[in-house]
Design a protein around this ligand. Sequence first.
Ligand code: F6P
Length: 341
Amino acid sequence: MRVGLLTGGGDVPGLNAAVRAVVKRGEGEHGHTIVGFRNGWRGLADGDVMPLTRQHIRNVLPTGGTMLGTARYHPHADDGGMEAVLATLEAERVEALICIGGDGTLHAASKVAEAGVRIVAIPKTIDNDVWGTDRSIGFDTAVSIATEAVDRIHTTAESHNRVMIVEVMGRHAGWIAVSAGIAGGAELVLAPEDPFDIDRVVRFLKHRHRAHASFSIIVVAEGAVPAEGTSMQYRTQLGPFGEIVAGAIGERLGAEIADRTGFDTRVTVLGHVQRGGTPTPSDRILGSRFGVAAIDAVSAGSSGVMTALHGEDVVLVDLAEIAGKVKQVPADLLAVAGTLA
Ligand code: F6P
């Protein structure tokens, strides 16, 4: 069988482990021919195809990024996009497609599946907000990078008696903020799930600095917002694909805190550093497991499904059921971050 493979949306470390697993297992165990489409759905619409054999995936396991390239392009949202995708699949005689992506790519995958294409999806996003799976490829690496950053911020915060704001990614969910905040011992974690009251933040900082410390670290997710009716007016700033303008909330929060407390305050925006570089062992393993499960599912005739981690097990979940939903940080985990302040 000819099986197509693409990676869409923002890149994450661990994508190449998944690509490698699909190719190794697909070619070696199932005798399939795997072809890659460059730059996500864009390449599939444009017919930008490349062969993917064992030779192409040599040495890619420890590498970050995606060897296939990626783009934020959604065929169902583009005039003629769906027709172009179907035409390429027919011209390339591709019988099944494996799509690796986050919410946008998976939504597109469910639309293409509805059009009759056999599709198996694999979840990836450093934000870890894909519904239906305990974990997505890339999250573990992002948390370890963000935790290291908080650790490093700690020593300089303490030396200078400063309030340090660390802005991390997370548009609709604060998984990275909460995880790195707990692991790095931040005083406050602000996440989209729990809109904050700037007056409470300020009261907390003043009390802490008066009572027992002269520095504080606040980890803020890029999608965090002040609660309605509180004294800070702020509207999230979005780019064309719903991506949040980096630094917007971090800078604004830093300015508010400096203004209201008089404390020396600095802002660090981690940005794309969180998505770059070599994947952790955990992301390599998850990528490999999802890759194997996806090509096995394709070979077994499955369609319209996504690989997912449930506890220790890799399972298949219905793509239609997860599309459009966001997996947010549960209240008990948010509470742990709050309690350890
Ligand atoms: O979806 C993952 C993500 O890393 C978001 O947290 C962030 O808002 C966005 O991608 C950034 O996108 P881009 O790489 O297009 O700037």
